[in-house]
Design a protein around this ligand. Sequence first.
Ligand SMILES: Nc1ncnc2c1ncn2[C@@H]1O[C@H](COP(=O)(O)OP(=O)(O)OP(=O)(O)O)[C@@H](O)[C@H]1O
Length: 470
Amino acid sequence: MLRAGARRVRCDGAVRGERRGDDQDHAARDLHGLQRCGRERGHGDRALAHADRRRGRCSRAHAGLASGRGTVTAPVGDTLRIDAALDRPGFRLEVAVTAEPDEVVAVLGPNGSGKSTLLGLVSGDIDPTDGVVRIGAHELSRAGERGVPPAARGVGLLGQRALLFPHLSVLENVAFGPRAQGRRAADARAAAAEWLERVGLADFAARRPSELSGGQQQRAALARVLAARPRVLLLDEPFAALDVEAAVQMRRLVREQRAALGVPMLLVTHDPVDVVVLADRAIVLDAGRVVDEGSVTDVLGAPRTPFAAALAGVNLLAGRVADDGSVRLRDGLVLHPSLDGAGVGAGDEVSVSFAPSAVRVRGIAAGGGDANDAGANDADRERHDHWRGVVSSLEPVRGGVRVVCDEHPGVSADLPTASALAQGVEPGVVVHFAIEVRDITVRAERHGDGAEQPDEPLATTNHSRDGSRR
Ligand SMILES: Nc1ncnc2c1ncn2[C@@H]1O[C@H](COP(=O)(O)OP(=O)(O)OP(=O)(O)O)[C@@H](O)[C@H]1O
């Protein structure tokens, strides 16, 4: 069946998981090699030669997304659905994740939480132990059955390293996908030239990858993936190895292309900037389970998990709503945030989050007087929460210092370096903290869904940016 406007994709049973012929397997391996490997010198030449021979022998042999006779509909614009589990010794990934067409879902989580395993289920590197992976109505894999081979899935993968074929020109690298899919050399080159134009590399088409900067190589890799017209795009920390400027350009490029692509995308990253710039939704994995999911604003703005809090650079603390509507944190600090919309009442356990930069820090004048409190009127007290503490640590953060006090070790507060110096904020001194209550977010604490329950206040400094726990 063909649907108007849908991209026609050769199937021959591939997307139904049926056995395919040798020619197709060759082509599939070639394209998969293109997307995943590119390491082996000579692989690209051999693969191109395969593609050429294949065309001569069998005009119906296509890899991945080629169109041709006997095609079935596999439209761009299908939803990716992963409702599957994978067992390994000591680890089980069990997830239900969907990504709509034109939606970027950020996959977040600490090291070893299962992010790569999730991508592997989609790319076909790993078969599920239970469940199914689908694009639209097409099953890519089902537990216990032979899945669609990786290269026939129409899944594009852009990783940290460009992995271009070193001995091919940039143009030939990008043309590789269309050629492996059975397009004529002239067409494939024309398509490659168009993609190079789109990624701003038109003038570099004749160069070898080694003659490009890291950022340019990654742009060429993006062009190569997109020239293969994927139905799903997997982005596995694609900007992590780039310098700041190149990463900015690549993010912009991916953002520009995503609308044109109209395919579901999974983005694995440890960088909150990637999430904010590119993602529509985020899921947080921990020990193989989805422990939080929602809009980026929800997941990073009002995090439920220590990992998301660390990624977003916010304080995340556990507490309980008191009878008077205040929130008593486990370390004894009492705050008065609005509970509107949080769906919680007296006695409920909650997560409280706020940015360290939202906390004002003032040194207390010698003699114990508290300048802030002294000046605070009733209206001010209603708008702010105040507390004092003895500074236990100072650590540098961009543009300033992060202050933690003995009494509330889960609460970080940031202030400009000049301000810290001027006020004599240093370890051992007593300081005054204040926060506007409107800057505090409260969410109902979840129970029974596998979410990590913080039993201590969890400081933003407990996790490194790469997700490892310190
Ligand atoms: N090939 C493998 N064989 C056995 N166990 C594996 C294999 N690959 C990963 N694992 C284990 O599976 C679990 C999930 O690993 P995975 O690579 O998916 O995590 P991740 O979230 O991608 O981590 P990172 O952020 O470090 O890349 C870990 O416990 C890991 O040790």
